[in-house]
Design a binder for this molecule. Structure first.
Ligand code: SF4
Ligand code: ZN
Length: 305
C-alpha cells in the first residue's frame, strides 16, 4: 500500500498533477479546500441566504450537495434547497430522480422536482420522437436552465449551484475556443449577477472528474441508475474529452492550466454587457424580445407532424 504523502497512512488516491498520494482524510481535506477556495471567489457568502442546488442524481451533483452540506453545516444563515428536473426521459430519469431524492432526504435537505410536462406541456421523449433534425439536448439544456433559473429566482436564492467538475469546465473552454465562440466562453463565468438571472456557481470546477467519482465511492454516494441518457451523443464534446484525457495522461495538470488560463483572461476582459429583456411570451429573461426556450418551442410546434 502506498503511504499518504502527508501522514503515512494508506493512500486512497494518487494525484499525478500534484505528485501526492493522499489517505481518505487528507483527500477529504484537499477536496474541501478546493471547494472553499472556489466558493470564496464568488464573494456572495459573507451574508447568508438560500442556495439552490441543481441535483440530477448523478455523481457530480450528488457530491456537490453532499460537500456543500458539510461545508455550510456551521452556517445557520445559509439554507440549501435541492432542485430536481424531470425532463421526461423514460428508462433513465426515473432512477436518477429516486437517487437524488434519497440523497437529499439522507442529508436532510428539502427538495423540489420540476417537470417539463408541467411547465412546458411536453417531454424530451416527445420532442425527440418528432424532431429528427435537431438533437434533443439542444432543447433539453435550454429548457432545464430556464426552469432552474425561474424556480431559484422565485425562491429568492442568492445562487444556483451546479455540479460541473474540472473536466466539464476544461472541455467547455476548449470547445468554445475551437468554435471561436468568445461570447459563450465569457458567459461561462459572469463577473456579476444579472437582472432576472440567479447567479450561477460551480463549486466543483476545480475537482477532476476522477476525484469526484472516488469521493462519491468513499462516501457511499452511489448513483443507482448506472445507465446514461439515451440521447447523449454530443459528438464534438466527446472528441474534446478524449483529446484532453490523452494530453492530461502525458502532461498531468493540463486541465488545471486550461482553467487557470481562462480565469486570467476572464479577469482582464471587459464585462460583456448583454442587455437582458423580458420575454414577450413568458416573461423570463431574454437576450432579444423572445427567450431561447420560447423560440425553440415555437419552432418545434410549427414543424409539420
Ligand atoms: Fe438532456 Fe441531452 Fe443531457 Fe439527455 S444527454 S439529459 S437529452 S441534455
Ligand atoms: Zn419565453
Amino acid at each position: 500500500m502506498v503511504p499518504c504523502s502527508r501522514c503515512g497512512r494508506p493512500s486512497v488516491i494518487h494525484q499525478r498533477y500534484s505528485g501526492l498520494n493522499l489517505c481518505a482524510e487528507h483527500f477529504e481535506e484537499d477536496v474541501q479546500r478546493k471547494i472553499r477556495e472556489t466558493l470564496r471567489t464568488y464573494r456572495i457568502f459573507s451574508r447568508g441566504g438560500r442556495v439552490a442546488v441543481a441535483l440530477s442524481g448523478g455523481k457530480d451533483s450528488s457530491v456537490l450537495l453532499y460537500t456543500l452540506k458539510r461545508i455550510f453545516s456551521h452556517r445557520r444563515d445559509i439554507e440549501l434547497i435541492a432542485l430536481m428536473v424531470d425532463e421526461g426521459i423514460s428508462g433513465y430519469r426515473e432512477d436518477t430522480l429516486q437517487n437524488a431524492a434519497a440523497l437529499a432526504d439522507r442529508l436532510d435537505v428539502p427538495h423540489i422536482t420540476l417537470s417539463f410536462r408541467e411547465e412546458f406541456g411536453i417531454t424530451i421523449d416527445e420532442i425527440a420522437e418528432r424532431d429528427l433534425h435537431q438533437a434533443p439536448c439542444t432543447y433539453c439544456g435550454v429548457m432545464r436552465k430556464h426552469l432552474l433559473n425561474k424556480r431559484a429566482r422565485e425562491l429568492n436564492a442568492i445562487a444556483l449551484a451546479t455540479g460541473h467538475n474540472l473536466d466539464d469546465e476544461a472541455q467547455t473552454i476548449l470547445l468554445n475556443y475551437l468554435r471561436g465562440d468568445v461570447d459563450r466562453l465569457f458567459r461561462l463565468l459572469p463577473k456579476r449577477p444579472k437582472e432576472g438571472l440567479v447567479y450561477r456557481i460551480k463549486p466543483l470546477r476545480r475537482i477532476p472528474e476522477r476525484e469526484v467519482a472516488i469521493y462519491a465511492m468513499i462516501h457511499g454516494i452511489f448513483p443507482r441508475g448506472h445507465g446514461s441518457c439515451p440521447n447523449v451523443p454530443r459528438a464534438m464534446r466527446l472528441e474534446v474529452k478524449n483529446i484532453l484525457n490523452e494530453i492530461e495522461a502525458r502532461h498531468p495538470g493540463t486541465k488545471y492550466s486550461i482553467l487557470r488560463g481562462f480565469d486570467k483572461i476572464r479577469e482582464l476582459a471587459p464585462d460583456i454587457h448583454v442587455d437582458l429583456h423580458r420575454c414577450e411570451r413568458c416573461g423570463e429573461p431574454a437576450g432579444g424580445s423572445v427567450c431561447k426556450t420560447c423560440q425553440l418551442l415555437e419552432g418545434f410546434r410549427a414543424k409539420p407532424l
